[in-house]
Ligand binder design. Structure first.
Ligand SMILES: [Zn+2]
Ligand SMILES: [Zn+2]
Length: 274
């Protein structure tokens, strides 16, 4: 893995989105394992320890893959590229070089990115050839964590927050959030806010994961939806994103999983030329 050193956000919205991720996750972790779980399972029960271990494994993998996404260098910087124009190569006027097939210039990162999928605000970097694996695993763990938390949160709301579920009460609750700005926070408001954030994150992450897994299985990235020439069958397509040891990448981002292509010479990966 090539290491990216300039990991700092290059746009204000990236800084806010990435900051939101780094701040919110420990709050949700604390809420689920130090407030929700003890109320259900007791502080010293085996059930609580079990959930504590599961929750810790999930958040560890979320953070570890998040850091791996941010630390992976996906740009063309530092690579020895062809100086002769080849099929599907294009000239990037900003980078002042010929750029490989499937690469695209990112206006935020201000560099061409290998097999660029999209610029992710929540990680302040592009998702491309070298960090695509970590991104998929990150989404899987994030969705697992959100679903796990949401299941308990809905029970927690039903059992511990005595709320009269009617339209009138709901409108009253939504309008009661103005008290956040008056710094009249109560335990009740904070619990509801965390629960709403987790529910929204579940829906957002679920939609993202379905979208990206579908692209991965067809061996395309976001801007190549009609391209079929890299579609080598589902298993080979998975290896092209997750690497040869795709079945182990779920355990940790430190597990090596060699990609079957260098991200530059896509001619040999094209189905037409096999
Ligand atoms: Zn460029
Ligand atoms: Zn970018």
């Amino acid at each position: 893995m090539r290491i990216r050193t300039d990991i700092y956000p290059k746009a204000i919205r990236d800084a806010f989105a990435t900051g939101f991720m780094f701040v919110t996750m420990p709050i949700v972790y604390y809420f689920e394992l130090f407030i929700v779980s003890p109320r259900y399972n007791g502080v010293d029960s085996p059930a609580h320890y079990f959930h504590f271990i599961c929750g810790t494994v999930i958040i560890f993998n979320i953070y570890a893959n998040l850091v791996a996404i941010m630390m992976s260098k996906t740009s063309i910087k530092g690579l020895v590229l062809s100086i002769e124009r080849r099929p599907d190569w294009r000239y990037c006027a900003v980078c002042e070089t010929l750029a490989p097939p499937r690469s695209r210039h990112c206006n935020v990162c201000n560099v061409c990115i290998l097999k660029r999928d999209h610029h992710c605000k929540f990680t302040s970097c592009c998702i491309g050839f070298e960090n695509h694996r970590y991104y998929i695993v990150f989404l899987v763990y994030l969705l697992s964590g959100c679903l796990y938390a949401s299941y308990y949160n809905l029970n927690f709301v039903a059992d511990h927050i005595h709320f009269n579920w009617s339209w009138k009460s709901l409108i009253k609750l939504i309008f009661s959030f103005h008290t956040f700005f008056a710094i009249e926070w109560t335990e009740y408001h904070i619990y509801i806010l965390v629960i709403i954030i987790v529910l929204l994150a579940t829906l957002f992450t679920g939609a993202l994961l379905i979208f990206h897994v579908n692209l991965m299985l067809r061996s395309v990235v976001t801007n190549e939806r009609n391209i079929t020439k890299y579609n080598r069958g589902k298993l080979e397509n998975i290896k092209l994103t997750l690497g040869e040891r795709w079945y182990l990448v779920w355990l940790s981002p430190w597990i090596e999983s060699k990609l079957p292509c260098d991200g530059i010479n896509w001619e040999k990966m094209s189905v037409k030329e096999q």
